[in-house]
Design a protein around this ligand. Sequence first.
Ligand code: HEC
Length: 291
Amino acid sequence: MMKPLLVLGAVVGTLSCGAVLAQQVVNKPAPPKKAVTKQEAAKSTKDATTAEFEKFREVLEADSPAELFEAKGEDIWKNKRGPDGGSMAQCDLGLGAGVVRGAYVQMPRYFADADKVMDAERRVVHCMTRYLGYQEADIRKQPFSNEQNTPDHVSVVTYVASQSRGMAVAVPQKHPREREAYELGKAVFAYRAGPYDFSCETCHGDDGKRIRMQQLPNLAKKEDAMKSFQGWPGYRMTGGFMLTQQWRMNDCFRQQRFPEPKYLSDAVTTLLTYLTVNANGNVYKGPGVKR
Ligand code: HEC
């Protein structure tokens, strides 16, 4: 049931990048033989599938498996010590050393000690290498979770995110570097290139687009912008591990047939700045569940 294979060919045809995306639709079932038009059938299948998934997600989020990773991250944050006795109590996420509460919904932001705008994951990795003795080279070997392993920094990001549950997104735009990051992110979002001349907007700049069972939010629209933040980090039901926004960006560059960005690169931070500022004012529900 989890494998998103059950969508009609007609649905894919509604995407502007349909020809390419059609390649991704594996094991397409034959359209149902009913006395309705192809379009009607596609629409009702879409709606039913989405409704079913949303129901399932609600049930799961009520008793969220993400809590396991929150707990692991909390333990690292509170108890782990670096080789020099350092701890995450020294880590400033933007609201003062050791302050976690509310920090997640206020990143990306400018950090003077690094002279960089950093998103939450970048900042967490920065602190873990600085205070806990983690090696950046090791973290880069496996930046994202898979079936075998959820890296420590992902658990810490999940913990940090959980400490902003129920709070409004309020990413600052006071510092000139923060405003610059927003403008750059906006440009990256619109930048078309690669073998198919795709940009993020190709898939996320219109209403009602979809690939297989997945609805594509129109991230250029204020109402939808929260989708790039809500539910992240997300517990991946089809694998049983946590994925972060950094992973999502990476995977969408892949969707776009771009080369993968370097992990924790400026380009990804600027994109996250653009998307998150657009989501400002919405209430964050905490780490969620993603298919
Ligand atoms: C070829 C189409 C395509 C392109 C181009 C693309 N994406 Fe995506 N994007 C997807 C798909 C498919 C999903 C998964 C939707 C789902 O899981 O329901 C997705 C999901 C997302 C999400 C998560 C939405 C949510 O509800 O959690 C974000 C944020 C996102 N993309 C941002 C981007 C950005 C930024 C770019 C440009 C770097 C980009 N995408 C380029 C297809 C694309």
